[in-house]
Design a protein around this ligand. Sequence first.
Ligand SMILES: Cc1ncc(COP(=O)(O)O)c(C=O)c1O
Length: 349
Amino acid sequence: MISTAQTSHLDSIGSFLAMEIFSRAQQLEAQGKEIIHLEFGEPDFPPPPEAADAVRKSFENSPAGYTHTQGIEQLRIEIAKKYSDDYGVRITPEQVLVSNGSSLLLFLSVRLLAPPGSEVILTDPSFACYENTIRVAGAEPVLLKLHREEGFQLNVEELRKKVTLISDEIYADLSYEDPPCSFLSYSQNTVAIHGFSKYYAMTGWRLGYMITPMAWMSAAARLHQNLMISANEFVQQAGISVLQKSKSYCESMKTEFNRRRKHVLNRLTELGMDPGYTPKGAFYVLYKYRDSSKTSLDLCMEVLEKTGVAIAPGRDFGLGAEGYVRLSYSNSLENIDRALIKLAESKLL
Ligand SMILES: Cc1ncc(COP(=O)(O)O)c(C=O)c1O
């Protein structure tokens, strides 16, 4: 019996630094300061209208209950159809597991594939939570460095040689210069993770899914039963509706994000702040700042206090991104413009 709570086994788990910037920005807003938010990757558009319609209909027709742990069959059929239509990849609905957001599935997939003590290859920079998720699962992150000169792109040939890899495809549809694709078209020996937060603008709905080879699904489903039972039924109904009806709505959001991407890159160059590479997907620009004696967290706090612009510290995305800040363009063009001018005038970057 442990008499006092022991949490030291979690000491190596870092916090999500963009959340710290966000908390401070909220304090400043509560004091009446205007803040322009460029720290998160959260679409500023409402979700497709079909999503809310489907939720209303779902409540009229049935009390929300548990579903199959892998998710409602119709949703899994629609997901398989999406992978075939959008990425040219054939999967079966039995290979799909739906959950409340892709974040839990990132943890679940590491737990599935990497026994405690094993090594997991991770790009650096990468999404803030990967490294911590790997550590929580008892595995060791091994960093694969990405370079600004190569646009922070992954060298797929190098990775082809590796046996398995977990592929987070949450931004696959927000690819502006190349057709969207899935890692499953390179290797079937892959756990692909996707979700509704970004392309579908449904962050708070908490809906994501994973696709695994059949050989791994039984273990994945058992883990999911024990951790989550099932994703919310009515949110899954919204997912079905959105996959069936909202393609053109989502494509128009994507067109707007692309317009902003080009605008941000042009404006940064005009303001003497060329980022030195062309981001081709999602809604972020990593920007290398001049004063390397400052940590990216300290710099972002200073920028927030002095300019009212909230941006994310590069350190959030791995050691390879320390020395950088991340600007998200999931905000209106008008706000983005005002923010960029404030950043340029401050000369802090
Ligand atoms: C690369 C990446 N993967 C996963 C997530 C989490 O997505 P979800 O909202 O489905 O949990 C995010 C959220 O910012 C992300 O940027």
